[in-house]
Design a protein around this ligand. Structure first.
Ligand code: MN
Length: 498
């Protein structure tokens, strides 16, 4: 189970010192009530911490600097209760580097038409103060999420909670470390990319080792540990032996247990959060890591096949962003494989050689041992299953040569009612939105890869906000997209992100 740090978000209330102590006391009381109510709603994945009202440029700069410096603070939620002349915020935001949400709300929900007077107006003037504040952030080009609505409103709260997950992705990205024990698959274009630019944009450290370095760890795994983990596999999963000799079958499965233990030890000792392999570069490994990578992905590691460190990084971010989410349905590395082109029921079969994450499985996975369709190693053990039905997003991060683009496709996994007994890999069957033609033509226009990071547990809004934070282009293909609108998006992106 993936654990994230014990992050918190600060709630900063803006005002000024012209109103007098009594008014500022009320401001503080109001912001306290909002913070308490938000925390008590149970909707938020991380606690919101009330901070003293900010009334001048010195206190603002100190508060934002403290938020920057604290490893516990994942971001700030800022609200102007009253008018807060926004030049006071310039110095603070010149230095602020963490995710930011501007909550555009007001303490009172309704206007008390019978009794409203100037005192009431002065204590409920976010409509006024938030405009001054946001003008300054727009002028400065400060990236932020704006959420508008009364703070007690369920939708408002859900959007803040969703943004917290985006913020965790943005922040954690800065310390993400990706292990490459296989370079890009020979001749393949779309999985390539500029690792220096990726470190500048996303903060990713992407390091290469010889696979033999990991293989030493694999060879050093004690027999007893391999046996114990193999027993655990047998207790946890069903077995589809396909008539193979039980001892021979187990020997193949045990090899993956050994690979899993060796890889885990290596990444823990070297502090990596995502792993990239390539079936063409396995050196002494007896099998392509299959079941091993599926289980590591299940525990929250990012993964990319064929040297695809970009997708591995995005899978890891999605794992962090969705960690601990109630009712989470899963996140996986994925690949567009085969089309079903029956008119009206078009769908795309998603799979990979082996490495699909069991978090998306609709039922208990089963272990199979089958020959690999490519590569020259012994038959690898893998988990097979079909994916849950449900809506999700499939995302592809591509390098266009001079910049990155994230392509986000809304998809709907459909129930896999027809068994595929001869398919020896895990799979999902999904419809691309808004429809097959627009979805696939759009994807090709955008230059999206065959590899994606797929999750049921984030929305297009999450991923777009994440890209905004990184300052990279994001393109959405989903509900409401037309080929014409997408063309315009791409043309504008070509100008804006150059
Ligand atoms: Mn692939």
């Amino acid at each position: 189970m993936l654990k994230t740090k014990n992050y918190e978000f600060w709630f900063l209330t803006g005002s000024q010192d012209l109103y007098g102590d009594e008014c500022l006391r009320i401001v503080a009381e109001h912001s306290h009530k909002i913070v308490d109510a938000l925390n008590e709603s149970g909707k938020f994945p991380y606690p919101i911490v009330w901070r003293p009202t900010l009334i001048d440029s010195v206190s603002i700069r100190e508060a934002l600097a403290a938020a920057n410096a604290s490893p516990d603070v994942a971001g700030c939620i800022v609200w102007m209760h009253t008018f807060s002349p926004a030049k006071m915020w310039i110095r603070g935001f010149n230095e602020y580097r963490k995710p930011l949400l501007h909550l555009h709300t007001q303490f009172n929900r309704d206007i008390p038409f019978d009794t409203i007077d100037m005192d009431f107006m002065n204590q409920n003037q976010s409509a006024h103060g938030d405009r001054e504040f946001s003008h300054m952030l727009t002028r400065m080009g400060t990236p932020r999420k704006i959420v508008s609505g009364h703070w007690s409103d369920e939708k408002t709260q859900e959007r803040i909670a969703d943004w917290m997950r985006t913020a965790i992705g943005a922040l954690e990205s800065r310390s993400l470390r990706i292990l490459r024990v296989g370079d890009n698959m020979r001749d393949v274009a779309v999985t390539e990319g500029d690792k220096v630019e990726a470190e500048q944009k996303f903060g990713w450290e992407i390091d290469a080792y010889n696979i033999t370095d990991v293989d030493e760890y694999v060879r050093a795994v004690p027999e007893a540990d391999t046996n114990a983990l193999t027993d655990e596999y047998y207790d946890t999963y069903d077995l589809i032996t396909d008539g193979r000799d039980p001892a021979e079958f187990r020997a193949h499965v045990a090899e993956q247990a050994k690979i899993e233990l060796g890889f885990r030890k290596f990444v823990e000792e070297h502090n990596y959060h995502a792993v990239v392999t390539n079936f063409q570069m396995l050196a002494g490994l007896h099998q392509l890591p299959g079941l091993a990578m599926q289980r590591m992905m299940q525990d929250g590691y990012g993964f990319g096949a064929e040297g695809d460190w970009k997708t591995a990084g995005v899978v890891r971010l999605f794992k962090l962003m969705t960690a601990g989410k109630k009712g989470a349905m899963g996140t996986s590395f994925m690949e567009d494989y085969t089309y079903h082109l029956e008119p009206g029921n078009e769908a795309i079969l998603q799979a990979h050689m082996l490495e699909v994450c069991p978090t998306i499985a609709s039922a208990k996975p089963a272990i199979r041992v089958c020959p690999l369709s490519m590569g020259d190693r012994e038959d690898p053990a893998r988990l097979v299953f079909t994916a849950k039905p449900g809506r999700g997003v499939a995302c592809s991060l591509v390098d266009l040569g001079h910049r990155f683009r994230m392509i986000i496709n809304e998809v709907e996994c459909i129930p896999q009612t027809k068994p595929m007994p001869n398919l020896p890999v895990a799979s999902a069957l999904w419809r691309t939105l808004p429809d097959f033609r627009t979805g696939t033509e759009g994807w090709l226009m955008c230059g999206g890869a065959h590899h994606t990071a797929f999750t049921y547990d984030l929305t297009r809004e999450n991923v777009v906000d994440l890209c905004d934070y990184f300052g990279i282009e994001s393109v959405v293909i989903g509900e409401g997209t037309t080929v014409e609108s997408l063309k315009r998006d791409l043309m504008l992106g070509e100008v804006y992100y150059r």
